[in-house]
Design a protein around this ligand. Structure first.
Ligand code: 13P
Length: 255
């Protein structure tokens, strides 16, 4: 099975939650749960908790990521954080193009592409988010929307770099709503993404890229979603805030 060719990655997206003390407490609880697991475990924490999280995961298999990054190297960009700054602090992953950033902070397919290129150039692993709104699904244009997002996110990126990117398929209607995509809907969209990647870079590259599902994934539904052929991991919001719940999802990916 091609699924074996890919690394399962379970990533928590804490969004705007947890201060430094809470981050440290969470990671200390997570350590024994994540130890000896085959899947990659990542926590994407607020900028203010990055240093604490990096220190807390020291000597473990848990990786730390940020939730956004600017595409310029430095300069007059008040409030922004560069790739080099994230590398300097010890982050290894960065979420790019989350729907909340697209919705509230003016993120576009063009800036997703720029951020992705900057992350790759600076040695951060991008987790690039794509996904349709409810009205787009209802209008039967999910395929068109997601294909366009993928094509533009990967524009100008060669195969060697493309292979380093992680994709998160997050249908916007499933985020924070308790509405999870059905296992079949998740599989269908992740397969569509892999087919598009295959068209861009060929099957071996497409088969090597980890595609996560995100949107109300939790301890109860993770195992079934992760069992699907093209669902290689999860990007988890709410359920990543409690170590026990996140641990159950990690266990599901490990099986
Ligand atoms: P929830 O798991 O809270 O639905 O959030 C998903 C998400 O946005 C992860 O990036």
């Amino acid at each position: 099975m091609n699924k074996q060719l890919r690394k399962a990655i379970i990533a928590g997206n804490w969004k705007m939650n947890k201060n430094r003390a809470e981050a440290e407490l969470f990671i200390n609880e997570l350590k024994p749960i994540a130890a000896d697991k085959n899947c990659e475990v990542v926590v994407c924490v607020p900028f203010t908790s990055l240093a604490t999280a990096v220190e807390a995961v020291g000597g473990t298999n848990i990786k730390v990521g940020a939730q956004n990054v600017h595409f310029e190297a430095s300069g007059a960009f008040t409030g922004e954080i560069s790739v080099a700054m994230l590398k300097d602090i010890g982050a290894e992953y960065v979420i790019i193009g989350h729907s909340e950033r697209r919705q509230y902070f003016g993120e576009t397919d063009e800036t997703v592409n720029k951020r992705t290129k900057a992350a790759l150039a600076g040695g951060l692993i991008p987790i690039v988010c794509v996904g349709e709104h409810l009205w787009e699904r209802q209008a039967n244009i999910t395929e068109e929307v997601v294909s366009r997002q993928i094509k533009l996110a990967f524009a100008g990126i060669d195969a060697a770099d493309a292979a380093k990117i992680v994709i998160a398929y997050e249908p916007v209607w499933a985020i924070g709503t308790g509405l999870t995509a059905s296992n079949e809907q998740a599989q269908e969209a992740c397969k569509l993404i892999r087919d598009r990647l295959s068209g861009l870079y060929g099957k071996p590259v497409a088969d090597s890229i980890t595609i996560q599902y995100g949107g109300s994934m939790n301890a109860g539904n993770a195992a079934e979603l992760l069992a699907k052929e093209d669902v290689d991991g999860g990007l988890i919001g709410g359920a990543s805030l409690k170590a026990a719940d996140f641990g159950t999802i990690i266990d599901a990916a490990n099986n």
